[in-house]
Design a binder for this molecule. Structure first.
Ligand code: PLP
Length: 362
């Protein structure tokens, strides 16, 4: 007889990361995890390497230098920032700190899978609000939240759909929720979005004490392997997160790499420029093959496949994998007829389109 974990833990379906290998293919193209097509800032890589001489030392538990660099670049107050081992950790910490068993957690229909994990780990009840056109529907979220949601998780823009809602819509959502509901705005892809009506929500988080914004170094900064994220919010929330985080939750090389990365605005701009060009190209090319592509402001596209035998998302995934093209099934999100493909380097994007063209033509 084993030792029983807390109620509900064994119901959790462990998070399955994007595949990294295609059987029998030596040099597969990995477009399954929304990693940065350009790699990372050379300055960040150099800072990471230089930190090797100090690996015997504990890092600064408060990641002060990194928080100050973020504050400087983003025009924020360092004391209102907490850093984490990826923004995933910060989402987990929010659950640990604020959720009791039975609490209600609300997300949008195709919301990022980590919200489900966070809710289940705390024994909270997850309610999903229907979307329209693969886009968050604020009215549906408000209705689902009612007057007793503890946390509303909003990925803006969202993964795996790639869509976003405007700052005005986020504010309308916040205004409609009771002040006892914490609104978590997960803006992992914020730096890619150039639409004038978009905001990552930092201003809103500054104005209110019931909003927290999470950000990541995994996407625009290309530091997914370093595991680094940050949250910004009112001091009362940030103080709570500091209490529940591990004493040294952000490692020393990550602090060094992140501090260099956030200051490298040139690398960030190049990443966003590359993305703007290629996300539009992918949508146009893949759309030209007769496949529906959801308009995306992120570094990936959601591609919809027909249910015709031989032409399904599952068939496409198997075919592409056999060609060494690894993209992401999104069945766990309730999207069995779609696949998500990350924007890659120019040649990788061309290979993907060629592969899809062969699949559709074959
Ligand atoms: C990639 C992603 C994150 C970032 O996770 P990290 O733990 O920081 O790597 C957070 N939220 C969403 C919606 C994402 O797609």
């Amino acid at each position: 007889m084993g030792i029983e974990p807390r109620a509900g833990i064994l119901d959790i379906r462990p998070y399955k990361p994007g595949a990294a290998e295609a059987p029998g293919i030596a040099d597969p193209v990995k477009l399954s995890s929304n990693e940065n097509a350009l790699g990372c800032s050379p300055k960040a890589a150099a800072a990471f390497e230089a930190s090797a001489k100090r690996l015997h030392l504990y890092p600064d538990g408060g990641a002060t230098k990194l928080r100050e660099a973020i504050a400087r670049e983003e025009g924020l107050e360092a004391e209102n920032i907490v850093c984490g081992c990826g923004s995933d950790e910060l989402l987990q910490l929010l659950g640990r700190a604020y959720l009791d068993p039975g609490d209600k957690v609300v997300q949008s229909q195709y919301g990022f899978l980590v919200y489900r994990l966070v809710a289940m780990q705390s024994g909270a009840e997850l309610v999903s609000a229907p979307e329209r056109n693969y886009t968050t529907d604020v009215d549906a979220l408000i209705e689902a939240a009612g007057d007793d949601a503890k946390i509303v998780f909003l990925a803006n823009p969202n993964n795996p759909t790639g869509t976003y809602i405007s700052d005005a819509e986020v504010r309308r959502l916040r205004d409609a929720l009771p002040s006892s509901t914490l609104l978590v705005v997960d803006a992992a892809y914020a730096e890619f979005v150039r639409n004038a009506d978009y905001s990552a929500g930092l201003e809103l988080a500054r104005e209110r004490d019931d909003v927290v914004v999470t950000r990541t170094f995994s996407k625009i900064h290309g530091l997914a392997g370093a595991r680094l994220g940050w949250a910004y919010g009112n001091k009362s929330i940030i103080d709570v997160l500091h209490r529940v985080r591990g004493p040294f939750n952000v490692n020393l090389p990550a602090i060094e790499a992140g501090t260099a990365a956030i200051a490298d605005r040139d690398f960030m701009k190049r990443s966003a420029d590359h993305n703007e060009e290629w996300v539009a190209w992918l949508r146009q090319q893949i759309g030209g093959l007769g496949l529906e592509v959801t308009p995306s402001v992120c570094n990936f596209v959601l591609i919809h496949f027909p249910e015709t035998p031989g032409r399904t998302a599952r068939d496409a995934d198997a075919f592409l994998t056999s060609k060494g093209l690894i993209i992401r099934p999104v069945e766990p999100y309730g999207l069995p007829n779609a696949l998500r493909a990350t924007v890659g380097k120019a040649a990788e994007n061309r290979r993907l389109v060629d592969g899809l063209a062969e699949f559709m033509g074959g």
